[in-house]
Design a protein around this ligand. Structure first.
Ligand SMILES: [Zn+2]
Ligand SMILES: [Zn+2]
Length: 363
């Protein structure tokens, strides 16, 4: 048995996906068949489309899916048909990181999220000509149906506006988790975020939840800085090429970079106070180098660290973010714009141009 579906299939590096009719496998052991309601568009989808990760084509991208469970494979017991779910990143469940409840540092993270096939090299999607690569971030959710894993399928309450919730699986999880888990921003501390996109805005909302005294948003766009101020930033910096120090950034407890812009990161590290931490979440080009003033980093216990998916366990952080949203503390609806699935190319373009912070396509 298979399920017919419409999927946005990427066949050529750098080009927009095209909607096609495909078939989706039934769930195997450990897998979940989900009928998608909506999927957010994340920058990493563009990184994969452009061939900067070795994702095989043809492939169905998409990794911020939300929908309802249709069927579960053997061994999946925490969700059942009809449940509302948000899909997140995949992890193996058996490596040392997974055993320490740190699935975003899964030793198999790369293969589980980017190689676009099961462990036995099979794919869950087929078209008339043969296999189409699936299992991107354990979901490939630019489609009306997806095969996910039990581990990255997170049950949420049935009364939620599910079409809004998909980005809790990656972009918003990354920004909020960086603040709540990885950096562990505390009440009264000073925090700056470089780049006020979906990840940066989620980080700002989380820093406000934590009671940070200074929350500084740095972006090239005055509009985004203004939005950041309305979401909890206490200071906005429209990046104008002048050094961050000239904008008053100094002695900070935490800096989170979402831009991947190396000169800005090198400058931002120098704004850290004693025991200050710089977190790096952007996708870097292979071999990118960041220079450190070793004495500056060493002498006051400063830390520069990488952060993947907000150091989150999606099964606990996504319900926590839903609770913050219900309490009015995590107003992600102010960051999104919805598009019909047929306009996925326009939705992608709006995200890339920066005109929309978080585009979401509705299936
Ligand atoms: Zn693992
Ligand atoms: Zn993502």
């Amino acid at each position: 048995m298979t399920t017919p579906a419409i999927a946005a299939v990427s066949r050529v590096v750098g080009e927009a996906p095209q909607l096609e009719i495909v078939t989706i496998d039934d769930p195997r052991a450990g897998e979940v068949l989900v009928k998608l309601v909506a999927t957010g568009i994340c920058h990493t989808d563009m990184v994969m489309r452009d061939g900067h990760l070795p994702v095989p084509m043809p492939v169905v991208l998409g990794h911020e899916g939300a929908g309802h469970v249709v069927a579960v494979g053997e061994g999946v017991s925490h969700v059942a048909p009809g449940d509302a779910v948000v899909l997140s990143f995949a992890s193996c469940g058996a490596c040392p990181s997974c055993e320490l409840d740190a699935p975003s540092y899964c030793h198999a993270f790369f293969s589980r999220n980017f190689l676009a096939m099961r462990e036995d090299d099979s794919t869950a999607i087929h078209d008339g000509a043969g296999p189409v690569h699936s299992h991107i971030f354990g979901q490939s959710s630019f489609a009306t149906y997806a095969i996910a894993h039990g581990r990255n399928t997170v049950k949420v309450e049935a009364d939620l506006p599910l079409e809004l919730m998909g980005p809790l699986g990656c972009g918003f999880l990354t920004g909020a988790g960086a603040v709540l888990n990885a950096l562990d921003v505390r009440e009264g501390q000073g925090f700056a975020v470089l780049g006020a996109g979906a990840v940066g805005m989620a980080a700002i909302m989380a820093a406000k939840i934590r009671g940070a005294a200074r929350i500084i948003a740095v972006d090239r766009s005055a509009d985004r800085v203004a939005l950041a101020l309305s979401l909890g930033a206490t200071q906005g910096v429209v990046a104008d090429g002048r050094p961050l120090a000239e904008h008053g950034l100094a002695g900070l407890d935490h800096v989170l970079d979402t831009t991947g812009h190396v000169p800005l990161i090198e400058e931002a590290i120098m704004t850290l106070g004693p025991q200050g931490q710089a977190g790096l979440v952007a996708a870097f080009a292979p071999g990118a180098q960041v220079r450190l003033d070793a004495a500056f980093v060493m002498s006051a216990g400063r830390v520069v660290r990488g952060i993947v998916e907000g150091s989150a366990d999606p099964q606990s952080l996504i319900p926590q973010l839903v609770a913050y949203w219900r309490a009015g503390l995590f107003p992600i609806e102010r960051l999104v714009r919805f598009y019909p699935f047929a306009e996925i190319a326009q939705a992608i373009a709006a995200g890339e141009s920066g005109s929309v912070i978080k585009p979401i396509v509705r299936m």
